[in-house]
Structures are given as structure tokens and as C-alpha cells.
Design a protein around this ligand. Structure first.
Ligand code: GLN
Length: 244
């Protein structure tokens, strides 16, 4: 199929509540990288109380504990829908607070435990220290191998079972500041603490996720054409290993 015959549907979950540190930039990167290739994008913002329908790609950003509390009940109420979508190989990308709600629960410092979607076998508990700063990690599935971003979280995430990390921490704290891992991945569900926003500075990861979502939609491996990422990659490499 020509790229201009392709289509992808993207659901942006609860952007009014979870969109910290410009996480909307991830949606802009995904939609632009499709438009530059002539791939049409169906983009839906999902708000509290909105009906759900199948999409190829689900994105959820980060937020303060309060905003997570506003969204967690709504997500949990629809968990069987999201688990079905996961098992149909839909792609999920969650950033920080959104990532935390992909696990079994997030226990904030104050207030009740927030039950998560259990899209990945992981859990998060609030720590005493807030991790703030630049992060670089090394993956084993991307080229270039590195991902760069910015973290600001007190939540400590612990991966369990078949959940894989996104990568090893080169600079920064990552999931919990002790096991040297950052992010989580199970099937096509990806979570990370990397704000920034993440995808504009990591175009190779944006295309990796888009190819997975297109493979899910067309049930066929799709290799996206190369686009000029000179500026994006210059920015990426200028940040690899940079602590501040
Ligand atoms: N409120 C969560 C925490 O502090 C998530 C923060 C975020 O999304 N940046 O860990």
C-alpha cells in the first residue's frame, strides 16, 4: 500500500486533566509525522464521560496527583475495554502519571490508592523524594538506542512479571532511582517518565510506535519512509548524557 492510502486513529485520553510539561507535543509529533508522509490521521480527544470506541493508538499524558484522581475512576470503569484493546495489539503510550495508571495501582502520598488498568504488571507508590531533571536511557530495541527526556515525579514504579523496562538509565533516576531501569513495556503498551515532550526529541521512537499501530490496523508489517530528521536528531544527540 502507498503511504498516502494509509490511515491511523489516535485517541488522546483526558488531555484536560493529564497534559503536564507539554505532553501534547507527543500528539503533535505523531500527527505531523503521519501528515508529512500523506498518512491520514483520525484524532479524538476523550474526556470524562465520553463514549469509547476502538482506536489504533491511545495516548495519555502526565499530571499532578489531583488530576490523576479525577481520571483514575473513569479509566478503571472502562478497564475491560482497554484490556481488550491491549490484547488486540493497539498501541498505548503513557507519560508519567498516565504511565502510573497503566499498572495495577498508584498509591499517592496523601489519599486513597488509585486503581490502575493493569495493562502492564507493575505498581507505583509515592516516594519521599521528588525526582526532577534530565534523563537519558539506553534501549535494546531502537536505533539510535537512546531516548532523552525530562522527569518530575515522586512516584516509584516497580515492574513485575513479563513487564520489560524501556531501557537502562544512563543519566537521571528512572522508575524508582534504585533498579537503574526506566519505563515499562508489555505487548504494545509503553509507559515512561520522560516528559519533554518525549517524541519530538526521539523521532525514531515516534516512528517505531506508528509502525506498530499501522501493523495492528492493517495486520501487516509496515515500514515507514524516511523523513529528514536532521534537526530532531541533532537535538536528541545534544541531550544524550546531559544531566542539566
Ligand atoms: N503525580 C505523579 C507523581 O508525582 C505523576 C507526576 C507527573 O505526571 N509528572 O509521581
Amino acid at each position: 500500500m502507498k503511504e498516502s492510502d494509509l490511515k491511523i486513529s489516535i485517541a488522546h485520553l483526558y488531555p484536560k486533566q493529564l497534559n503536564l510539561y507539554g505532553d501534547m507535543g507527543n500528539i503533535i509529533a505523531l500527527t505531523k509525522r503521519c501528515e508529512w508522509r500523506g498518512i491520514s490521521v483520525e484524532y479524538d480527544e476523550i474526556g470524562i464521560g465520553d463514549p469509547l470506541r476502538e482506536h489504533d493508538f491511545y495516548f495519555i499524558g502526565g499530571g499532578q496527583d489531583k488530576q490523576q484522581q479525577e481520571v483514575a475512576g473513569e479509566l478503571y470503569k472502562n478497564r475491560s475495554f482497554y484490556l481488550d484493546e491491549r490484547d488486540k495489539n493497539a498501541v498505548f503510550l503513557g507519560i508519567c502519571g498516565g504511565y502510573q495508571l497503566f499498572g495495577h495501582y498508584y498509591q499517592p502520598f496523601d489519599g486513597d490508592k488509585l486503581l490502575g488498568l493493569s495493562l502492564m504488571d507493575a505498581y507505583t507508590v509515592a516516594g519521599k523524594k521528588r525526582f526532577i531533571g534530565n534523563v537519558s536511557i539506553k534501549t535494546d530495541f531502537l536505533s539510535p538506542e537512546t531516548l532523552v527526556g525530562f522527569e518530575n515525579h515522586s512516584g516509584l514504579t516497580y515492574l513485575q512479571g513479563d513487564t520489560l523496562p524501556l531501557g537502562k538509565v544512563i543519566v537521571g533516576n528512572g522508575n524508582n532511582g534504585t533498579d537503574s531501569y526506566e519505563g515499562g513495556r508489555y505487548k504494545n503498551v509503553f509507559g515512561t517518565y520522560l516528559h519533554g515532550s518525549l517524541l519530538p526529541k526521539n523521532p525514531h521512537f515516534a516512528d517505531f510506535l506508528l509502525e506498530l499501530a499501522l501493523e495492528k490496523r492493517y495486520n501487516d508489517k509496515i515500514k515507514l519512509s524516511k523523513i529528514d530528521d536532521d534537526i530532531e536528531l541533532k537535538t536528541h544527540y545534544s541531550l544524550v548524557g546531559k544531566a542539566y
